[in-house]
Write a protein that binds this ligand. Structure first.
Ligand code: OAD
Length: 249
């Protein structure tokens, strides 16, 4: 049964497309039970605002709190499985000459679903780095200290993710801007589209006269400027879109 009307114009645009870019945010992992950033957390972490924990200021003020929060998220991610939305995007990369998945997520669920053509704009929660010089650290001696000290210099270790106010990895951002600027179709999936510079990638696509598509059950401020706004959960919309595209090829 079709829950969403996929406009034939969108299928036509995808059939004609050589190059597709897809931006994803926390919403694509919501159906894998990873809480998004802008919804209230439950349980132990209910009284904290995630957007205030993911900051250098929070880490400077209370490194143990921030480390413990990321440890909780790491455990959630380790127990999670990719959902049909992740899997549909892993299939989609095979259908186009050029394809780039640009994710703001740090949870590796796209990779676990089979995506290979992707850039991570905000790092990865599975990696740890030195808070002083940014060197990635694979392991450290067992310790009672939280966060553990860097085995090279003794500074505190931190997750290798981008916090508010920090720069994005240059190569990832350059790749994302290039893909958005050159694509024929641009998707914005499961993101509130408020955190820069990711939120502005769609304008690069629009400058290239790309067809733009939002997939989000709660239409964002960008919904009224995209070519197609698909107001449903990505775990349902994307597999349906993929099926319609495969049927039309
Ligand atoms: P947000 O938490 O801001 O937004 C999640 C979006 O997903 C919302 O617009 C929801 O409506 C939507 N959503 C919820 N369930 C969905 C579903 N089943 N299918 C599709 N969409 C769904 O997350 P991001 O936009 O990713 O950055 O946030 C951007 C960045 O802000 C994050 O990478 C993180 C955060 O603070 C840093 O940590 C630097």
């Amino acid at each position: 049964m079709n829950l969403f009307d996929i406009d034939p114009g969108l299928i036509e645009a995808l059939r004609a497309a050589d190059s597709v870019a897809v931006l994803t945010g926390a919403g694509i992992s919501a159906e894998s039970k990873i809480p998004t950033f802008r919804e209230a957390m439950t349980g132990l972490w209910a009284k904290y605002d995630p957007t205030e924990l993911a900051t250098p200021q929070a880490f400077a003020r209370d490194p143990k709190l921030v480390w413990d929060w990321y440890q909780w998220r790491r455990d959630l991610v380790a127990d999670a499985e990719p959902n049909p939305g992740h899997r549909a995007l892993a299939q989609m990369e095979k259908l186009f000459d050029e394809f780039l998945l640009i994710t703001q997520n740090v949870d590796s669920l796209h990779q676990r679903a089979g995506s290979t053509k992707l850039v991570e704009l905000h790092g990865n929660i599975a990696r740890t780095k030195c808070s002083q010089d940014g060197r990635v650290v694979a392991s450290w001696p067992e310790t009672d200290q939280t966060p553990p000290p860097c085995p090279h210099c003794g500074a505190l270790l931190r997750p290798d993710v981008v916090w508010f106010g920090e720069s994005l990895p240059g190569h990832a951002l350059t790749g994302a801007m290039k893909a958005a600027s050159n694509c024929d179709v641009f998707f914005s999936v499961g993101t509130s589209a408020v955190v820069e510079p990711a939120a502005s990638l769609i304008y690069y696509a629009m400058n290239n006269r790309a067809v733009t598509v939002e997939v989000n059950p709660n239409p964002t401020a960008q919904a009224n400027m995209v070519t197609y706004a698909l107001a449903g959960p990505s775990g349902e919309v994307l597999p349906q879109l993929l099926a319609a595209l495969e049927a039309a090829r």
